[in-house]
Write a protein that binds this ligand. Structure first.
Ligand SMILES: CC(C)(COP(=O)(O)OP(=O)(O)OC[C@H]1O[C@@H](n2cnc3c(N)ncnc32)[C@H](O)[C@@H]1OP(=O)(O)O)[C@@H](O)C(=O)NCCC(=O)NCCS
Length: 156
């Protein structure tokens, strides 16, 4: 019998200290540069201005993560990072993490969620557009390797 689709059972929760090994491993397998270090993740777990989310499904306790930043004095939240483990990609985990990020931002009174994405990351760009994100600008030379970024925003 086929296992149930991941999408049907994705749960998103706040990350804990016990997730640090998985968070760092996923960061290393997902991004070549501009990575969050273990110390940075550790700091964000306890920070008022950051929210680290973890997606899981059925017996698979770690399928992906999203990091959202908040700042005092603004109703704009920032989706700083999102990644799904390679074997779980294309099954709705990224979408679930984005929805949870939006709900968390709304819960803190934010009116919009913004993000930057590499111009060459077609999978992520398509996902953001499908979920209602609109391109609001770009930054040249944004990433360490010189690649530019598109800026996207969704009104919540
Ligand atoms: C971008 C990313 C977070 C999306 O996560 P995900 O769990 O695959 O997202 P979803 O399954 O909800 O949706 C992804 C879409 O891309 C497609 N897709 C994702 N990975 C795919 C793959 N490996 N092969 C084919 N299609 C893929 C899905 O079918 C889906 O398409 P749809 O929008 O037409 O339905 C994930 O690809 C990833 O971790 N990439 C590496 C890190 C990264 O680039 N992060 C974003 C920049 S910070």
């Amino acid at each position: 019998m086929q296992p149930p689709p991941v999408t049907a059972s994705v749960r998103v929760r706040r990350a804990e200290v016990s997730d640090l090994d998985d968070l760092v491993a996923l960061e290393e397998s997902s991004f070549v540069q501009d990575r969050l270090s273990r110390a940075q993740y550790r700091k964000h777990l306890d920070s008022e201005s950051a929210l680290v989310l973890v997606a899981s499904a059925n017996h698979r306790r770690f399928l992906g993560t999203a990091v959202v930043f908040f700042r005092k004095g603004t109703t704009v939240a920032r989706l700083y990072s999102i990644a799904t483990t390679p074997h779980a990609q294309g099954k709705g985990v990224g979408s679930a993490l984005i929805h949870a990020s939006e709900n968390a931002a709304r819960g803190r009174g934010c009116r919009s969620l913004r993000l930057e994405v590499r111009k060459d990351n077609a999978v992520a760009i398509r996902l953001y557009e499908r979920l209602g994100y609109v391109r609001i600008g770009e930054y040249a030379n944004y990433y360490a390797d010189g690649t530019g970024a598109f800026r996207f925003e969704k009104l919540l």
